[in-house]
Design a binder for this molecule. Structure first.
Ligand SMILES: [Zn+2]
Length: 119
């Protein structure tokens, strides 16, 4: 581990320092804190990695559940919304089958074959 090696060499430099023992102690204490922080960051990194992997599994599960509930197509296509609904109507006079748009059912229509009034 590169970080540990770097910390180790700094520790050695501190121990080799000549002079004020108080300064050496302060530096050594600071180094201990840095070592602890380095360990904690490493631990957090590992936990974050695990959490991200877990989140990915959850997302896959969610997709599977969505697929089971809503079918293969999760996003409804716009074409379905715009599609007209046709209703089959049989002319009472000539028996011709006429397909009319659902919306037009409210209007008065005449048979294109015999001009009989359908509605
Ligand atoms: Zn007709």
């Amino acid at each position: 581990m590169k970080d540990n090696q770097r910390l180790e060499s700094v520790n050695k430099m501190i121990l080799k320092l000549e002079g004020n023992e108080e300064v050496k102690e302060i530096l050594s204490n600071l180094m201990l804190h840095i070592e602890n922080m380095t360990d904690e960051i490493q631990e957090l990194k590992e936990k974050l990695q695990d959490t991200l992997e877990y989140a990915e599994f959850l997302e896959q599960d969610m997709d599977n559940i969505k697929e089971e509930i809503f079918g293969e197509e999760i996003v409804p296509s716009q074409e379905d919304d715009e599609e007209f609904i046709y209703v089959e109507v049989k002319c009472s006079k000539c028996g011709e089958n006429i397909y009319v748009e659902d919306d037009l059912m409210k209007e008065h229509l005449h048979c294109p074959n015999c001009d009989n009034k359908l509605f």
